[in-house]
Design a protein. Structure first.
Length: 554
C-alpha cells in the first residue's frame, strides 16, 4: 500500500511511528509566509513480509530494506514496524502526532460527531461480493465472511460490505460495530436460501445489476477536480468499473485499508471469453490503471476465488457448454497474471487466494493490516498526477523463500484530489467524518419550480485549524468543497472555494464558513456535503445533511 504525504521541514524529524498510520499531511513552518513554504513529497510504502507458509517475519530494521522509485534508489527517511496493530516503539496517544484523521462514525459514538478517539488500530477491511456469483457460491462466501467477522469482533477492525455490479452498492458503510456487520451478512445469507429473493434484497441486486444508460455526471472543474485517477475508461468489465468507484469512495479514509474481493476465477469478470483474450492488451492496461488507483487510494486487494479448489475444467465446460470457455476461465490463475483480480492483488501488495476455506482471504488481509513495515522516502518532486513505479528489496537472513508484498506502482496525486474523489462518489458511501469536526447548517429558499438559493454554513472550532502569521494577524488557509447528491445518490453538483480565516481569541469559539450557491434541483430529497481541508496541517473534516422538499421555503 502506498500513500503520499507532503510535509514541511519542521515535520520531517517526527518519530517514525507516525508513518505507521499513512494519512496524507501537508504542513509548513509556522514562522514562514505561505510563499516561503517548501513542501516535501513523502511516499509511504506498506510492506508485508511472510514465510512461504504465510507466517509474518518480524524484527527487520531500516538497514534491511532498499527502495527504488522509477529505477532510481531512494533513501528511506522514516521507518516503523507494526506488530499486531501496535507500532514500535510504543505510540504515545498524548503526542502531537496523535492528532490524525480517522474513519467516520455515528454522531453518538463519540463526543464530537464523526470523530473517533485516537487509536493505533486504524485498519479497515472492505468485503466486496460480485453480485453476479452463482447463488451457492455467493451464499458460501457470505457465510464464511460472517463467521470470520464474528470471531474477530474484538480486533479493532473497521468493516464494510459492498456488492459489486454495474456500480457498487454499499450494504454496510464503514463501521467498527462488528455485530452490525454480522447481522447484515446473516440477513444476506438468509435471503439467498430460496429461489425467490425478499423484496429488499431484490431491489438492491436490481440496482447493482442496473444496465441502463449511465447517468450524466456533472463536469468537475477546478484545481482539485481534474480527477486524474478516473480518466481511464473502465467499460470492458463491470467488475473493474465497480471497484474503481469503491476505491474512490473510501479514498480519504486514513489508516491501513484492505479490500477482499469475492468472485469466480481470477479475471475481471466471471468468464474470460475469446473476445476478451483478443483485446488482452487493453485489459492489461485497464487493470494496471486500476491497480494504481487502488494503491493511490491506500488499498491492498485480496482476491478470493469462491469456486475454491473443487472447480475442474470439465465441470466448467459442462456448466457453460463450451470447453474453450472453460479453458480460458482457468488461464488467469496460472498463465495470464497481467489482468483480473489476481493481477490487482499482486500489484497492490495483497494476495490472490484459491481455497475451499472462503474466509482465508479475510484471514490474510487481517494479518497484513496488523503486522507490517512502514517505509517512507522523499520524492524529488511535487505531486505530478503521473504514475510511478516502486521496487522494494529486503534482506531476510534465514528465510530464502520469504515473500515480500507491497504496491508496485501509484499515481502521485495531491490529498485534495483524493478528497474530491470521495465526494464525487455516490451518496451510498458515508460523507461524514474526518479529523476536523464540522457542524453543518443549510438554508434553502426555492425561487422557481426547480431553482433554489442555497446557503451552507460550516462551523469549525478555531482550535482545530492551523494558523500562521500574516502581517499583524494569524490566518488559517482552507480549501472548501461542496457536493450535492440527488435522491438516487448520484452526484449532481460539486463546487470548490478557498478561504482565509482570521484567528479569534477563544480556541473553542466556532469559525463560520458561509457558502452561497444557486442551483437547479428537483423537488425531491437531496444530500448536501461540505468538506474542509486545512492546507497547513493537511487534515480535513466532512459533514452532510439531507434536505427534503419540505425543508425549502418559498
Amino acid at each position: 500500500m502506498i500513500s503520499r504525504t507532503s510535509i514541511g521541514p519542521w515535520i520531517a524529524p517526527l518519530i517514525a511511528v507516525w508513518l505507521a498510520l499513512p494519512p496524507p499531511v501537508l504542513a509548513q513552518e509556522p514562522e514562514s509566509s505561505f510563499s516561503e513554504t517548501i513542501e516535501v513529497n513523502l511516499v509511504n510504502v506498506h510492506v508485508v513480509i511472510t514465510t512461504f507458509s504465510g507466517k509474518p517475519i518480524t524484527g527487520l530494521t531500516r538497514d534491511d530494506f532498499l527502495v527504488w522509485e522509477d529505477g532510481e534508489p531512494r533513501e528511506i527517511t522514516h521507518f516503523a514496524q507494526v506488530l499486531d496493530g501496535v507500532p514500535e516503539p510504543a505510540f504515545d496517544p498524548t503526542s502531537p502526532e496523535a492528532a490524525l484523521p480517522h474513519p467516520p462514525v455515528d454522531a453518538d459514538a463519540a463526543d464530537l460527531p464523526g470523530i473517533l478517539p485516537v487509536t493505533v488500530f486504524d485498519r479497515s477491511i472492505v468485503m466486496a461480493f460480485d453480485a453476479g456469483l452463482d447463488r451457492p457460491y455467493f451464499k458460501r462466501a457470505v457465510n464464511h465472511s460472517r463467521d470470520f467477522v464474528a470471531e474477530h469482533a474484538d480486533d479493532g477492525i473497521w468493516w464494510s460490505v459492498v456488492l459489486l455490479g454495474r456500480r457498487p452498492f454499499n450494504l454496510v458503510p464503514l463501521t467498527s460495530d462488528s455485530a452490525q456487520v454480522v447481522a447484515a451478512l446473516d440477513e444476506l445469507a438468509t435471503d439467498l436460501r430460496g429461489v425467490r429473493l425478499r423484496p429488499a434484497l431484490a431491489a438492491i441486486l436490481a440496482d447493482v445489476w442496473w444496465v441502463g444508460a449511465e447517468p450524466r455526471r456533472p463536469k468537475l472543474e477546478g484545481p482539485w477536480c481534474r480527477l486524474p485517477l478516473t480518466e481511464h475508461s473502465l467499460s470492458p468489465t463491470y467488475m473493474a468499473q465497480s471497484l474503481s468507484q469503491l476505491f474512490r469512495a473510501y479514498a480519504s479514509v486514513p489508516g491501513v485499508k484492505a479490500c477482499v474481493v469475492y468472485q469466480a476465477g481470477s479475471g475481471g469478470s466471471r468468464l474470460i471469453t475469446v473476445d476478451q483474450v483478443l483485446v488482452a492488451d487493453r485489459l492489461v492496461d485497464l487493470w494496471s490503471n486500476l491497480s494504481r488507483l487502488a494503491s493511490s487510494t491506500g488499498f491492498a486487494v485480496y482476491a478470493m476465488d469462491v469456486t475454491g479448489l473443487d472447480h475442474p475444467v470439465v465441470a466448467t465446460a459442462s456448466n457453460h457448454g463450451s470447453y474453450s470457455t472453460a479453458l480460458l476461465h482457468s488461464i488467469p490463475t496460472t498463465s495470464a497474471p497481467d489482468f483480473g483480480a489476481g493481477a490487482l492483488a499482486a500489484n497492490t501488495g495483497g494476495e490472490f487466494v484459491q481455497s475451499n476455506d472462503l474466509a482465508r482471504a479475510l484471514e490474510i488481509a487481517a494479518q497484513g493490516t496488523a503486522t507490517y513495515y512502514s517505509l517512507a522516502f522523499a520524492a524529488p518532486r511535487s505531486h505530478d498526477d503521473r504514475p510511478h513505479h516502486v521496487e522494494v528489496q529486503a534482506k531476510i537472513p534465514g528465510h530464502p523463500f520469504a515473500r515480500v508484498r507491497y504496491s508496485t506502482s501509484f499515481m502521485d496525486v495531491d490529498p485534495r484530489t483524493l478528497l474530491v474523489e470521495h465526494l464525487a462518489t455516490t451518496a451510498d458511501f458515508p460523507k461524514v467524518g474526518g479529523a476536523i469536526p464540522l457542524n453543518l447548517e443549510v438554508e434553502v429558499h426555492r425561487l422557481l419550480e426547480e431553482q433554489v438559493d442555497l446557503t451552507a454554513t460550516a462551523k469549525i472550532p478555531s482550535g482545530q485549524l492551523t494558523f500562521v502569521p500574516r502581517g499583524d494577524d494569524s490566518i488559517a488557509e482552507v480549501d472548501v468543497f461542496v457536493a450535492i447528491h440527488d435522491s438516487r445518490g448520484e452526484l449532481v453538483h460539486i463546487k470548490q472555494d478557498h478561504r482565509s480565516l482570521p484567528a479569534i481569541g477563544d480556541d473553542h469559539e466556532p469559525l463560520e464558513v458561509r457558502l452561497p450557491l444557486r442551483m437547479l434541483l428537483p423537488d425531491a430529497p437531496y444530500q448536501i456535503t461540505v468538506a474542509l481541508y486545512d492546507t497547513v496541517s493537511g487534515l480535513s473534516g466532512m459533514a452532510s445533511v439531507v434536505l427534503s422538499p419540505s425543508a425549502t421555503s418559498g
